[in-house]
Design a protein around this ligand. Structure first.
Ligand SMILES: O=C(O)CCC(=O)C(=O)O
Length: 259
C-alpha cells in the first residue's frame, strides 16, 4: 500500500502550506505510541541530570546526548515540554519515522523518492500545565544549520484528540509563501524567533480540531503555534521533519536515510 499525495492534495499543500489526513493511525497504534512517548519521557528525564542546563528568557533548557530538553516555564517540578530529537530514545518512535503513511506524502511534497530525517520532537503539553507556542516559523531556527531550508517539510502526528481547550495545533494559512519572515524585536532572548505580527493576519488562522492518529503535513515556512492546555486532557504530539537524502540531521550531524 502506498500513501503518496494525489494531485489535488499536492496542489492544496502548495497553496495553503499544510494538509490534513485524518485518522491515519488506529486507536491501538496510538495507544502503543503513547506508551512509547512516555518511555521516551522517562529516559530523557533520567539523562537530564548528566546534561548542561541553561535558561533563555527564564525558560529552562537542558542539552544532553545531541538532545535538547525544554521545560515548562514556572514549573518547580521540572515538567518537560519538548524533547528534540526523540527517535533514538525508543525503537517504536524510530520505526514511526520510517512509516510510509508519514514518509510517502513527504516524498510527494519533496518530489524525491529518497529522503532523510532532519529532526523530530515530542511536544508534551500536559493537562492544566502545558504552555502554548507563540506564532513562529520553523525555518528561522534552521536556516543557519541547513543547506536545504526550503526543503524541510514537517509532519505533525496527533497523539490525543485536540481542540481549543487543550491547545490544538494552529497555522496561518498560506503564510509560507514569503520564506523567512522578520521576527519580533521585544528585547527578549527568544523574541527574534517569534514572527512579527505585521507580517501575517491572525484572521487566517486554521485550528486543527483533530482526533488522535491524525496527521498534519506543514511547510517549514508556515507561521504556526498553539494555545496553552487549560483542560484536564493530555495534548501530546510527535513532529517529524524530513529533507532530501544523505543530509546530516540537525543536532547530531549524522545521516539517517529513510528506507
Ligand atoms: O505542538 C504545538 O502545538 C506547536 C508546536 C510548534 O509550534 C513547534 O514545535 O514548532
Amino acid at each position: 500500500m502506498s500513501y503518496f499525495l494525489s494531485k489535488e492534495e499536492s496542489n492544496f499543500y502548495e497553496d495553503e502550506g499544510y494538509l490534513v489526513r485524518e485518522n491515519q493511525f488506529s486507536i491501538n497504534e496510538v495507544n502503543a505510541l503513547r506508551h512509547a512517548l512516555e518511555r521516551a519521557v522517562n529516559k530523557a528525564q533520567e539523562k537530564s541530570s548528566g546534561g548542561k542546563a541553561y535558561y533563555l528568557d527564564k525558560k529552562k533548557f537542558v542539552d544532553v546526548d545531541y538532545m535538547t530538553l525544554q521545560y515548562e516555564p514556572q514549573s518547580e517540578d521540572n515538567i518537560l515540554k519538548v524533547i528534540e530529537p526523540a527517535h533514538f530514545l525508543d525503537k517504536e518512535l524510530y520505526s514511526l519515522t520510517q512509516d510510509t503513511r508519514i514518509t510517502d506524502p513527504v516524498r510527494s511534497i519533496l518530489e524525491e523518492d529518497e529522503i532523510s530525517l532532519w529532526t523530530d520532537k515530542l511536544n508534551l503539553k500536559r493537562p492544566g500545565r502545558g504552555s502554548g507556542f507563540g506564532w513562529h516559523q520553523d525555518s528561522p531556527y534552521w536556516v543557519h544549520d541547513s543547506n536545504n531550508v526550503d526543503l524541510l517539510p514537517n509532519v505533525y502526528l496527533s497523539l490525543d484528540n485536540a481542540d481549543e481547550n487543550n491547545g490544538c495545533f494552529r497555522v496561518i494559512r498560506a503564510s509560507h509563501k514569503e520564506g523567512c519572515l522578520p521576527g519580533t524585536s521585544n528585547g527578549t532572548q527568544l523574541g527574534g524567533f517569534y514572527t512579527d505580527p505585521n507580517y501575517f493576519n491572525e484572521a487566517d488562522a486554521v485550528d486543527f480540531n483533530i482526533k488522535a492518529g491524525s496527521l498534519v503535513f506543514f511547510n517549514q515556512h508556515i507561521v504556526h503555534g498553539s494555545g496553552p492546555n487549560l483542560s484536564d486532557q493530555q495534548r501530546r504530539a510527535y513532529i517529524i521533519t524530513y529533507q532530501p537524502k544523505d543530509q546530516p540531521m540537525l543536532k547530531s550531524g549524522m545521516v539517517n536515510n529513510i528506507n
